[in-house]
Design a protein around this ligand. Structure first.
Ligand SMILES: [Zn+2]
Length: 128
């Protein structure tokens, strides 16, 4: 049985970090949706969670490894960046460049400053 399962998953993506982060909250949401009193809302939440579970399984059984690994890497990069920004939130403030959407980090507590984007050179004034 174990051998058959391993043979089935050979060459497939399996449940990577992104798959697990989609699957488990969706399953929990499917269970919790039964406690919602409003009929249409319960049905909507249930089906959205069901679609997310299906998507997690499609990714797990996918043979398109490069695409799935790229998605997973994008998720991991986003997670690392979010964690870093959360750790630095007391010392720095983060802004998006209005021209190119690049994330810019500036020190907090400097008053109104002119921020110049390093990638496109656009500048804008923000309170820090
Ligand atoms: Zn820019």
């Amino acid at each position: 049985m174990k051998y058959k399962l391993q043979a089935f998953f050979a060459g497939r993506n399996g449940f990577d970090q992104l798959g697990r982060v989609i699957l488990w909250p969706s399953l929990a949401l499917m269970l919790l949706s039964s406690f919602i009193g409003v009929d249409w809302l319960r049905t909507l939440v249930y089906y959205l969670a069901f679609i997310a579970v299906c998507y997690a399984y499609v990714r797990a059984f996918s043979r398109n490894l490069s695409k799935c690994q790229a998605q997973n890497q994008k998720y991991l990069n986003w997670k690392a960046q979010t964690r870093l920004r959360f750790q630095q939130r007391k010392a720095y403030k983060f802004y998006h460049c209005p021209k190119c959407r690049q994330i810019l980090r500036v020190p907090r507590g400097k008053g109104k400053i002119k921020i110049t984007c390093r990638s496109c050179g656009a500048d804008f004034i923000k309170k820090t």
